[in-house]
Design a protein. Structure first.
Length: 184
């Protein structure tokens, strides 16, 4: 078996160590940013293939980027998810944005519903976590993209952009701390 010296180019299509490192940073930044959101817009497809978005409170954001939402089994969104699993989720707050594309499924696991139960849901589900109407929508992400212009990293980017403008150049591309595309 022959070793590949460090200065030998890798095969086309093979990720380099810097590509792998960037992907890991982007994934870490995405998951960190995702954990800071409480609400999202869940986007599903109607029967006529038009998009249908509605605000949803996040019941749980999983460590792999999956999302859980509580809803009523008789809701239109459940019907839409059962018809077409493809969905999108958008999240936004001042200077921070996420989009997620993935597949949604309806879950009626009573143990999980009890685990995720929030007393604030009682307004919609007066019978509590054992109510027959309560179910979960689980979104399993396939792809995500984020833009995070919060904190000191945004100021560093703006300063660099200002210097580039003064020199008549375009700013350098934002690094994974500001923008990234993540395959999940």
């Amino acid at each position: 078996m022959h070793e590949n010296p460090a200065n030998t180019p890798s095969l086309p299509g093979t990720p380099s160590s810097s590509d792998t490192e960037t992907a890991a940073k982007e994934r870490e930044q995405f998951l960190s940013l995702l954990s800071s959101f409480d609400e999202a817009m869940l986007v599903t497809l109607r029967d006529d293939t038009s998009l249908h978005a509605r605000p949803m409170r996040i019941a749980r954001a999983g460590s792999g980027g999956d999302l859980w939402f509580a809803t009523a089994i008789e809701s239109q969104k459940v019907e839409e998810v059962r018809t077409t699993e493809s969905c999108a989720v958008t999240l936004q707050r001042p200077r921070a944005f996420l989009t997620i594309s993935g597949l949604a499924e309806v879950v009626r696991d009573r143990e999980l519903i009890a685990e995720l139960w929030q007393e604030s849901w009682r307004l919609w589900f007066p019978e509590g976590p054992n109510g027959a109407s309560l179910c979960l929508i689980h979104v399993v992400p396939e792809h995500a993209e984020y833009w995070d212009n919060t904190g000191i990293k945004a100021w560093r980017f703006m300063l660099g952009a200002a210097f580039a403008a003064l020199r008549g150049r375009t700013p350098e591309a934002a690094g994974p701390e500001l923008h990234g595309k993540v395959a999940l």
